[in-house]
Design a protein around this ligand. Structure first.
Ligand SMILES: [Cu+2]
Length: 169
């Protein structure tokens, strides 16, 4: 009798736990935010987003309480070879099973009119709004010392041992 009860309980636990392990989420990793100088009025967050939802989606908006405006930006190269930052109103597509890597000189979440200086190590709540997946809140650490990534390196092409990791001690 009690055996049967235990079995039933176990079954219930398994089925409840399943969604947590199933694919079906937007995953965020390696995010950081910075201002170009201490106390700067504008800044950016760089977030890696992996789409495990099983369907193509699009990051359409970002909000945060740290600045007057938050916009999705990218850089485009003008005809004379100058990189310019532009507001991407249609947002960033994130295909099913793929990821986007925001980085300096590329896609980023832009903070304009920062109301309080970013402090090293402080966490910023950024709400990412996806067309289908809805709102995903990300805690983004401020890292004022992070160096930009160089070019489009593929994994294995470079030696991690030579990369200086700042702010990690
Ligand atoms: Cu920008």
């Amino acid at each position: 009798m009690s055996f049967k009860t235990t079995l039933l309980a176990a079954t219930a636990v398994v089925s409840l736990a399943l969604p947590a392990f199933a694919d079906g989420m937007m995953m965020v990793n390696d995010s950081y935010a910075r201002t170009s100088h201490k106390g700067g009025k504008s800044g950016a967050a760089f977030i890696v987003i992996e789409n495990h939802t099983g369907e193509d989606d699009r990051l359409v908006n970002a909000t945060a309480g740290v600045s007057k405006r938050v916009e999705l930006h990218t850089h485009i190269e003008s005809d004379d070879g100058i990189m310019q930052m532009v507001h991407v109103e249609e947002g960033f597509p994130v295909k099913a099973g793929e990821s986007i890597t925001m980085q300096r000189g590329g896609q980023h979440v832009m903070f304009m009119g920062i109301t309080k200086p970013f402090l090293q190590g402080e966490m910023i709540d950024v709400t990412l709004t996806f067309e289908k997946a809805g709102d995903v809140v990300v805690q983004v650490p401020v890292d004022l010392e992070r160096k930009p990534m160089h070019g489009k390196m593929k994994h294995g092409d470079h030696n991690h041992g030579n990369m200086k990791k700042d702010g990690d001690s």
